[in-house]
Design a protein around this ligand. Structure first.
Ligand code: UD1
Length: 419
C-alpha cells in the first residue's frame, strides 16, 4: 500500500491550478443515468472516486469515453444492469447517488448499503424515506436496498437533518417524477447547485437550488448536455491552509473564492493576507510568522465545512494560542487527533470538541491516514514537522485529491510516494 514521506519545514511558494470538484462530479456522473442521450462533462478531476464511479456505470451498461483533458462523454442508451454491488459501494459511499436516477428512469434499482469513510455512522434513511414519499416500494435485505416504482410522483420532503447527497438523490429522482416535488431544508452546498445547473441544462425544471427550498417540476424525459464541473472548494482550502501553516505564499488558479468565504474568513483571522479575483486566490503569510489559533465550528453551507475541519485542526497544532474545534456534522470525525498527538501536538478530545494548545513545532513520526480529509490533515502536519514524516495508507488521499504530491512539489514541498 502506498505511503508518502515528507520532509517538513519548507514554506510553500508558487502557483497551482485547482481541479474540478469531486463532490459535484460524482452526482453529475450519476445524473447521466437520467437520459439515453450523450452527456459531455468537462473539468472532471482525476481521482480514484471518479474511476470507481466510471467502473460502476460501466457495470450497468454505460458507454464512457474519456479524453486526455479529462472530459468524459457518457452514453446511457444501453443500461440494463440496475444494480450497484457491495464491492464497489463499500469503497465509495457516494455510489448511493445512482439510486434516485435508476429508480426514476427505469422503475427499479438494487443498491448495496454504502461504506466509504469511517467517520461515524452515516445512514441513508433520509434518502429512502424521501423516495418512499415519492411512491417507491423499498426493502432492505442482506445489505441491499431493493427499490421499485412504476413511476415516481412528486412529494413534499422536509429534511432533518439537512443532507447533501440526500438532497441530490431526491432532486435527481424528482426530475422525471409525475408532478411537483418540494425539498424543504435542502442542502445549500455549491455542489448541489452545480448538479441542478447540469440537470437544467439537460432539460429539468428545477428552481431554488442553492437555497433551503428546492422545487422540481417533473418532465417526461431529459436530453443530452455539455457541462463543466465547478472548482473544488475543499482542495482550494487545503492548499491555502498548507501555505498558511508553512508561512508561505501561493496563488491558486481556476478556483472561485465565493465558494469558500467561511474558510477565507478564518484564514484571515489566522493572520493570512488574502487577495482574489473571480478565478484566482492568493495567500501570503508574513515571513517567519506562525498562524494565530482560530476556533472552528462546522455547519452546513454557507457555514464552515466539515470537510475542512481536519486541516484547520492541523494548522491550530502549530498556531500561537489555544483553539476549540467543534464538529457538528459527523460523530466520529477526529481520527486524525491520535496521529497528531504522535507528532507532539497538544490536543484534548472530548466528544465533539477538540481543544488545541498550539506548540512551536511538530516532530516527524510514522502516522496512518484513516479517512480522506484526515489524510490531508496529516500531510499538512508533515509539511511543518521537523525531520521526515511517513504517512501510511495514503490511498484515501487519492480518492479526493488530484496528484497531490505533484502539486505540493510544484509549491516546493519535499514529498515522495513510496510503494
Ligand atoms: C456529503 C459530502 C461529504 C461532506 C458531507 C457534509 C459528497 C459525495 N460527500 O456527504 O464530503 O462531508 O456531505 O458536508 O458530497 N444523515 C442521516 N440520514 C441520511 C443522510 C444523512 O442521518 O439519510 C446524517 C449524517 O449521518 C450526517 C448528516 O446527516 O450526520 C450530514 O450528512 P450528509 O450531508 O448526508 O453527508 P453526505 O451527503 O454523505
Amino acid at each position: 500500500m502506498d505511503k508518502l514521506t515528507i520532509r517538513g519545514g519548507i514554506p510553500l511558494c508558487g502557483e497551482i491550478r485547482i481541479s474540478g470538484a469531486k463532490n459535484a462530479a460524482l452526482p453529475i456522473l450519476a445524473a447521466t443515468l437520467l437520459t439515453d442521450k450523450p452527456v459531455l462533462i468537462g473539468n472532471i478531476p482525476h481521482l480514484h472516486d471518479i474511476t470507481t464511479t466510471m467502473e460502476l456505470l460501466g457495470l450497468m451498461g454505460s458507454e464512457l469515453m474519456l479524453d486526455e483533458r479529462m472530459n468524459i462523454e457518457v452514453n446511457n442508451r444501453n443500461v440494463d444492469q440496475l444494480y450497484a454491488p457491495y464491492e464497489l459501494v463499500k469503497t465509495m459511499r457516494a455510489s448511493i447517488l445512482v439510486l434516485g436516477p435508476l429508480l426514476s428512469r427505469y422503475g427499479q434499482a438494487q443498491v448495496s448499503l454504502p461504506g466509504g469513510c469511517t467517520i461515524g455512522s452515516r445512514p441513508v434513511d433520509l434518502h429512502l424515506k424521501g423516495l418512499s414519499a415519492m411512491g417507491a416500494e423499498i426493502s432492505v435485505e442482506d445489505g441491499y436496498i431493493h427499490a421499485h416504482a412504476r413511476r415516481l410522483h412528486g412529494a413534499y420532503i422536509n429534511f432533518d437533518p439537512v443532507t447533501v447527497t440526500g438532497t441530490e438523490n431526491l432532486m435527481m429522482a424528482a426530475t422525471l417524477a409525475d408532478g411537483r416535488t418540494i425539498i424543504e431544508n435542502a442542502a445549500r452546498e455549491p455542489e448541489v447547485m452545480d448538479l441542478a445547473l447540469c440537470l437544467n441544462a439537460m432539460g429539468a425544471k428545477i428552481t431554488g437550488a442553492g437555497t433551503g427550498r428546492i422545487e422540481i417540476e417533473g418532465v417526461s424525459q431529459l436530453n443530452g448536455a455539455r457541462y463543466d464541473i465547478l472548482p473544488d472548494r475543499i482542495e482550494t482550502g487545503t492548499y491555502l491552509v498548507a501555505a498558511a501553516m508553512t508561512g508561505g505564499k501561493v496563488k491558486l488558479k481556476n478556483t472561485d473564492p465565493s465558494l469558500l468565504e467561511a474558510v477565507l474568513l478564518k484564514l484571515r483571522e489566522a493572520g493570512a493576507d488574502i487577495t482574489h479575483d473571480d478565478t484566482t486566490i492568493s495567500l501570503a503569510m508574513e515571513p517567519g510568522a506562525r498562524p494565530k489559533a482560530v476556533d472552528v465550528y462546522t455547519s452546513p453551507f454557507p457555514g464552515f465545512p466539515t470537510d475542512m475541519q481536519a486541516q484547520f485542526t492541523a494548522m491550530n497544532c502549530i498556531a500561537e494560542g489555544r483553539a476549540v474545534i467543534t464538529e457538528n456534522i459527523f460523530n466520529n470525525r477526529f481520527l486524525h487527533v491520535k496521529e497528531l498527538q504522535k507528532m507532539g501536538a497538544d490536543l484534548d478530545l472530548a466528544e465533539s470538541h477538540v481543544v488545541i494548545n498550539g506548540v512551536d513545532r511538530l516532530t516527524s513520526s510514522r502516522i496512518t491516514a484513516k479517512d480522506l480529509r484526515a489524510s490531508a490533515c496529516l500531510i499538512l502536519a508533515g509539511l511543518v514537522a521537523q525531520g521526515e514524516t511517513l504517512v501510511e495508507q495514503v490511498y484515501h488521499i487519492d480518492r479526493g485529491y488530484e496528484t497531490i504530491e505533484e502539486k505540493l512539489m510544484q509549491l516546493g514541498a519535499h514529498i515522495r510516494r513510496l510503494p
